[in-house]
Write a protein that binds this ligand. Structure first.
Ligand code: SF4
Length: 717
């Protein structure tokens, strides 16, 4: 079916609603992204638009009470506000001083404002800043004004245009289908009225935008129906500038929806829109609601516009938007450049502000790379290896979609029904202060219940910050006395070397003691990256001869404003050479160095390339808390997984991840994490960390369930 749909698109035919629904429900994420990306490149070239704008929300006082709205207040309610026109002019002035070309104004339906107030507002703004484009008022506000003024919609529009209004935004569309609209905003204009209002605007020669609020209680069918109605109106009038999918923000709503949209769903929505809405030139990746990470990635999935600097946005913020209220021009340009695109500042009506930028909008047939890069990718696709210099060039030069194409063809990706794993973990920070270590063990008494109940299976002794000698054998014994069923992981290799030396032991002898006390796995930490590679691997070999599983690390580093691909290539090459001698390695962690500024599209490319370069028998673990683009905010506790930055977890398996690694139950909500994994289309399983005895050619979770030393395999799918 994917091939049939792609063929239709290639031949210039439009897809129908059935095709769009199939793409939503079944298309492999990367393949869907590649098709959408190709269409976008043909329509818009490598240019990605942004604008310098300011949002001004005139009032949050509203006569209606839509169930999804966290923004509206009643008159006199705490937190309600209504700007005077002078205040708005001052706010606009700040934006104009920073180069704004657009003011975007939408707000509540103030019961005491009459139509003249709106006309005066626009007239005053236009008088103060005649060169700035005023984009204001949704179809819902226009309907409100018309009813208050006892005028028709065309009369209202004409009056506002005469006062200086430039165009209309696309809000208020939500989901058109009455099955949903009646549940979420039954007092608002109907879907038919919204469409009629925009038809009127287009007939009067005014342009507008259109939106779709998704990720709440609607189904894919409702989304496709919504897009169908927009496509039909666009066929009729060609009056829409852009389609803007709005990801639902989950706080303070009356619908019982309390989680952010999944990143995989956001990308799917952008891509389906790009493919289905063939009569729209522009699809927006609205960073305010998607979050900056997904918004950047969406530029590879068919979007060609990031919106603007915004400066002050209160509506999605009230509903849980955590992407921030402002972006600078350089932020926006950086996000665009690092997705391999060219930033172009636009006007509200999608013309380049600088005429010279028009050359970047020339159609491009597809992603491309030089012949030798293509050859290198083909070599990786068929299981070949590359010299570090070639690997480095591929990583540097190959666009994300050429890498995922090779990965898809390599057969190294999970298929439907296989399991992405996570090891539920209790983390204990080790320290050289004996009292504190003893305290930690005491704390374990309460945590041990989790292990006894099967809510966690791994105790992770984090010795990465330990600089002096610390004999962990008594600590491990105490841990196992409190939680006999625990699997013990030691995080940090340096402490092994230092402690062995202080005790006058060879690392092999000390590791044998640790094994005898119950240690299962030795995990490299980011702090170990500074160790001499030979010494590190010597410790790993000693651990393996003591029957301790080892978990090495590939750490992605930043260099200036890009990625240090040469270090990544060296690490991969080293790991491959070790694998030749060492058949017992079962997994590698792919982390990002804490201080490195790595973009999501870069991390996912590194993940896909790592998967391509290493044999299938080696799992790639992507521990979410070690990857800043996935979980930049530490210290939120279990609330962390209710942060929009966790959205990309649902995309990881599509790029080659086998496991979320050690998941600390105090730092993440496991239930929410598993929902993310489920949204990626592979079934999550919670497993134990010691997996080196498993033949990884077949389903990991099935094998694990046959192992006797796994205390509690919890299948949540
Ligand atoms: S969504 Fe708009 S119309 Fe509905 S309650 Fe909120 S501000 Fe009012």
């Amino acid at each position: 079916m994917m091939r049939e749909i792609a063929l239709k698109v290639e031949q210039g035919n439009r897809i129908n609603e059935k095709d769009a629904l199939w793409l939503y429900q079944h298309a492999p994420l990367n393949e869907l992204g590649r098709l959408a990306n190709r269409i976008n490149l043909r329509k818009n070239g490598k240019a990605v638009f942004y604008n310098i704008n300011r949002h001004i929300n005139p009032t949050n006082i509203c006569a209606l009470s839509c169930k999804f709205c966290a923004y509206s207040k009643k008159i006199g309610e705490e937190g309600s506000y209504a700007y005077e026109i002078d205040e708005m002019i001052t706010k606009a002035g700040e934006a104009v001083a920073q180069g704004a070309t657009e003011l975007h104004m939408v707000g509540g339906l103030h019961p005491r404002w009459n139509f003249q107030r709106y006309v005066d507002m626009i007239a005053a703004m236009h008088k103060a800043y005649p060169d700035v484009h005023l984009k204001a008022f949704t179809a819902v506000e226009l309907d409100w004004m018309a009813r208050k003024a006892r005028k028709t919609i065309p009369e209202v529009m004409t009056d506002l245009r005469s006062a200086g209004l430039g165009s209309f935004p696309g809000g208020g569309a939500e989901i058109f289908h009455p099955e949903i609209r009646d549940q979420i905003c039954d007092t608002k204009v109907s879907g038919d009225q919204w469409i009629d209002t925009h038809r009127t605007a287009h007939t009067l020669g005014m342009r507008s935008n259109c939106t779709m609020l998704y990720g709440h209680i609607e189904s894919y069918e409702h989304r496709v129906d919504h897009m169908r109605r927009l496509r039909e109106l666009q066929d009729e009038t060609s009056g829409f500038n852009v389609f803007i999918p709005l990801a639902f923000q989950p706080f303070q709503n009356e619908m019982g929806v309390n989680r952010y949209t999944f990143g995989a769903d956001d990308l799917r929505t952008i891509a389906v829109a790009r493919i289905y809405l063939d009569n729209f030139r522009h699809i927006k990746s609205y960073w305010v609601m998607l979050g900056q990470d997904v918004a950047q990635l969406a530029l590879q999935f068919g979007a060609n516009d990031l919106d603007g600097t915004v400066l002050e946005e209160k509506i999605s913020r009230a509903a849980g938007g955590r992407a921030g209220m402002v972006m600078t021009r350089s932020n926006l340009e950086n996000l665009i450049r690092r997705s391999g695109r060219i930033p172009v500042e636009r006007t509200t009506l999608y013309q380049p502000v600088h005429e010279n930028d028009r050359r970047h909008m020339t159609a491009v047939s597809n992603e491309s790379a030089s012949d030798d890069i293509i050859e290198c990718l083909q070599a990786l696709e068929t299981g070949g290896t590359l010299a570090p210099s070639n690997l480095w060039r591929v990583a540097q030069e190959a666009p994300l979609h050429l890498v995922t194409k090779a990965l898809d063809a390599s057969g190294k990706l999970f298929s439907q029904g296989q399991s992405l794993t996570a090891c539920l973990t209790i983390k204990m920070d080790m320290t050289t202060t004996p009292e504190t270590a003893a305290n930690q063990v005491r704390k374990l008494d309460s945590e041990s219940k989790k292990i006894q109940n099967g809510d966690a299976s791994v105790l992770n002794l984090d010795a990465s910050a330990v600089t002096g000698a610390l004999d962990l054998t008594p600590i491990i014994e105490s841990c196992l006395a409190a939680a006999p069923r625990a699997q013990i992981v030691l995080h940090g290799i340096k402490s092994v070397v230092v402690t062995a030396e202080a005790a006058g032991l060879k690392p092999t002898e000390y590791l044998a003691r640790l094994r005898a006390s119950g240690l299962n796995t030795l995990e490299e930490s980011s702090a170990d990256c500074s160790m001499d590679s030979e010494q590190k691997w010597m410790v790993f070999h000693c651990a393996q001869s003591a029957d301790i599983a080892v978990l090495p690390l590939i750490s992605i580093r930043g260099i200036g404003s890009s990625l240090d691909w040469s270090t990544w290539a060296d690490d991969i090459t080293e790991l491959r050479s070790r694998l030749v001698q060492d058949k017992t390695l079962f997994a590698v962690n792919l982390l990002v160095k804490a201080d490195a500024l790595v973009m999501p599209s870069e991390y996912l490319k590194a993940l896909a390339l790592t998967r391509l370069c290493l044999p299938t028998s080696l799992q790639i673990w992507t521990p979410v808390l070690g990857i800043p683009v996935l979980a930049p905010q530490r210290g939120l506790g279990a609330d962390n997984s209710h942060h929009p930055s966790m959205k990309l977890v649902s995309t990881l398996s599509s790029f080659g991840s086998s496991s979320l690694g050690l998941v600390s139950t105090s730092e993440l909500s496991v239930e929410r994490l598993m929902e993310d994994v489920r949204a990626s289309g592979v079934g999550p399983r919670l497993t134990c960390a010691r997996q080196n005895e498993i033949n990884l050619d077949t389903n990991i979770a099935d094998k694990l369930s046959t192992l006797r030393h796994v205390p509690n395999l919890i299948a949540v799918s």
